[in-house]
Design a protein around this ligand. Structure first.
Ligand code: NDP
Length: 228
């Protein structure tokens, strides 16, 4: 059975990825900041829970060292934070530390995790490294403004993944970025129209069709290709 590594799996979309792939018989390795607090994840049978803080390079290194020699067929960089944002759209927050944290988690983290697990992905037959970004990181689609830290972090991770799609092509690793829709999670809020189960089912359909020919592309959970 194939192996999935998913980050930020303690709740929300990441937890749903772990549930659905485990239910299909995949080996699921889930990275979370606080394994002791991830009760919902630990209740999913067959999931291996590892400590991983994607904002901390030492934690990423230790996580990868624990997987040395293992095959990883699919990596899903899912962990993310909204970061600081003022309520008035045209105002910029001066919470620079919060802004830097957002960039560390959302932009640097996925790139570092992908690089750390490249040897594992290289061992797979049809490896895919996917990152849950957001349409809010699309420069072409930005008509609303605001949310500087979040939008900039997602635009930055998009560029990082586009780069990796080129740099990892000779190792046959397909690199894609995914928009999950507006999803009912702690981040998305209760008014979000899409349930995690529907978003993840859609993203899994997209991922099942991804091969090296799709590397460097940006897809929504509905399978549409999105502009960068
Ligand atoms: P949640 O806030 O529900 O969950 C976020 C997850 O990320 C939690 O498991 C959290 O862990 C984890 N996380 C945060 N920081 C770190 C870190 N430093 N290291 C490891 N894990 C971390 O958000 P969603 O499930 O909604 O979001 C998942 C992804 O989807 C994010 O990348 C988000 O940007 C993206 N997205 C979500 C949308 C939505 O509408 N919900 C829309 C577009 C994109 P902990 O429990 O420890 O805090």
């Amino acid at each position: 059975m194939p192996t999935l590594v998913v980050t930020g799996a303690s709740r929300g979309i990441g937890l749903e990825f772990a549930r659905q792939y485990a239910a299909d018989g995949w080996r699921v390795i889930a990275g979370v900041r606080h394994p002791d607090k991830a009760e919902a994840l630990r209740a999913v049978s067959g999931v291996e829970v590892h400590r991983l803080d994607v904002a901390d390079p030492a934690s990423i290194e230790a996580f990868a060292a624990g997987l040395e020699g293992e095959v990883v067929d699919l990596l899903i960089n899912n962990a993310g934070i909204m970061g600081p944002h003022p309520h008035q759209q045209n105002q910029v927050t001066l919470d620079v530390a919060g802004w830097e944290e957002t960039l560390r988690v959302n932009a640097l983290g996925p790139v570092l995790v992908t690089l750390a697990l490249t040897p594992n992905l290289t061992r797979a037959l049809k490896p895919v490294a996917a990152t849950v970004t957001s349409q809010m990181g699309s420069i072409a689609e930005n008509s609303g403004g605001g949310y500087y830290a979040y939008r900039m972090s997602k635009a930055a991770v998009n560029m990082g993944m586009k780069n990796l799609s080129l740099d990892l092509r000779d190792r046959n690793i397909a690199v894609v970025v995914l928009h999950p829709g507006w999803v009912q999670t702690d981040m998305g809020g209760e008014q979000a129209p899409v349930k995690p189960a529907e978003s993840v089912a859609g993203l899994r359909r997209v991922l099942a069709g991804v091969g090296i020919g799709h590397s460097g592309r940006f897809y929504s959970y509905r399978g549409e290709e999105l502009p960068w």
